[in-house]
Every structure is written in structure tokens, then in C-alpha cells.
Write a protein that binds this ligand. Structure first.
Ligand code: FES
Length: 195
């Protein structure tokens, strides 16, 4: 066989071998990568994400259900028990949801007396603290203080009073009482008149 032909064949063999070797390496690399990804948690990660999404959906459904229960309770009742009078500590308010489904708080003011106020701050709508601060209702968002007895703002940016919630004490139980018109007017709101 002529020498140049031998040389050409041998170069081609080297080239083919190199291509085969590279191809083999890529195959091995791909398999290795897949194995590593799977080991790190590819499929498990997806399962974990799905699990988290399911958990979040479940929580959302539970809070919707809770809201529906609250609505049904308020439609079907004229008063709702809030707390045992003997169990309320002075200065420590009992939080509840009022007939308008807004946060509110009940405070004990004497042996057999209580006062309940809307917990929606009249400044920008934050929820006020349930514990009194020096005998006053406090909104931590922008440091507004409200008088407990009258609800009027004492200091801070709030200018309107906290609405009073209608309650009654029956035996040792404090009840929230349904009013004919539970519409409360907040800052910037215009009352809707019946057509
Ligand atoms: S929202 Fe309460 S002080 Fe601003």
C-alpha cells in the first residue's frame, strides 16, 4: 500500500476515534448530569413545590370557610357571646369580629362594666393594639392614642374617634349586639342611602 494512502487512512481513523470519543463523553456527561440533578432533588423538588402549593390552597380555603361561618353566624343571630366577664383582665382587650366583619376589641372598665370599640384605626386603617397603653388605646402604625371611654384621638395623626361597638352584659357573659343599621362611617366614606 502506498505510504500516503496509509497515512491518510490512519489520520481518518484518528479523526473517527476522536469523534466517537467526544460523542461518548457527551453521552456520559448527560447521563451524569441527569443523575446528579435527580440526586440533588429534581423530582423531589417538584413534589415539594406541589406540596407547598397544595398547603397554601388548603389554608386559603380554610380562611374562606372561616369567613363564611362568621357571615352565617352574623346573619342568623341578634347577639354573639364575646367573653366571660370574670375572665377579662383589665387593660387586656379581647379581640373579636364585629357584625360588619371588621376587627374590634372589648375592654373591661369596672367590676361589671365593659366597653367595645372598633379596632380599625381612623387614620389609615391599621388594627389598634388589644392591650391598653397607659389606659389608652394605641395604634402602632403611626403612634395614635385614643381615649378608651370616648374613643376620641388624644395624640398622633388620627383625627376621628374609634367607633363604639354595641354590647350587653347578661350574667357573666358579654355579648355583641346586632344593631338595625350596622353601617359605620370611616374617614373619607360617604353613607349609602337606600334607593
Ligand atoms: S393607621 Fe393608626 S396611626 Fe396611622
Amino acid at each position: 500500500m502506498p505510504e500516503d494512502l496509509i497515512e491518510r487512512q490512519s489520520r481518518r481513523s484518528v479523526l473517527l476515534f476522536s469523534i466517537a470519543a467526544i460523542g461518548g463523553s457527551i453521552g456520559v456527561f448527560s447521563s451524569l448530569t441527569a443523575a446528579i440533578m435527580s440526586y440533588i432533588g429534581g423530582p423531589n423538588l417538584t413534589a415539594a413545590l406541589k406540596g407547598r402549593q397544595l398547603e397554601e390552597s388548603k389554608r386559603a380555603l380554610e380562611s374562606q370557610l372561616e369567613l363564611i361561618k362568621l357571615k352565617v353566624e352574623r346573619v342568623n343571630s341578634t347577639r354573639i357571646p364575646l367573653a366571660k366577664l370574670s375572665e377579662i383582665e383589665e387593660g387586656a382587650g379581647v379581640t373579636f369580629t364585629d357584625y360588619a366583619l371588621q376587627p374590634a376589641v372589648l375592654f373591661k372598665t369596672g367590676e361589671r362594666s365593659c366597653i367595645a370599640r372598633s379596632a380599625v384605626c381612623t387614620h389609615l386603617g391599621c388594627t389598634v393594639q388589644s392591650n391598653l397603653v397607659d389606659g389608652r388605646i394605641y395604634c402602632p402604625c403611626h403612634q395614635s392614642y385614643f381615649d378608651l371611654a370616648k374613643g376620641v384621638p388624644l395624640s398622633g395623626p388620627a383625627t376621628l374617634p374609634l367607633a363604639q361597638e354595641p354590647i350587653e352584659i347578661d350574667g357573666d357573659t358579654v355579648f355583641l349586639v346586632k344593631q338595625q343599621s350596622p353601617i359605620k362611617i370611616g374617614p373619607g366614606q360617604i353613607p349609602m342611602l337606600p334607593l
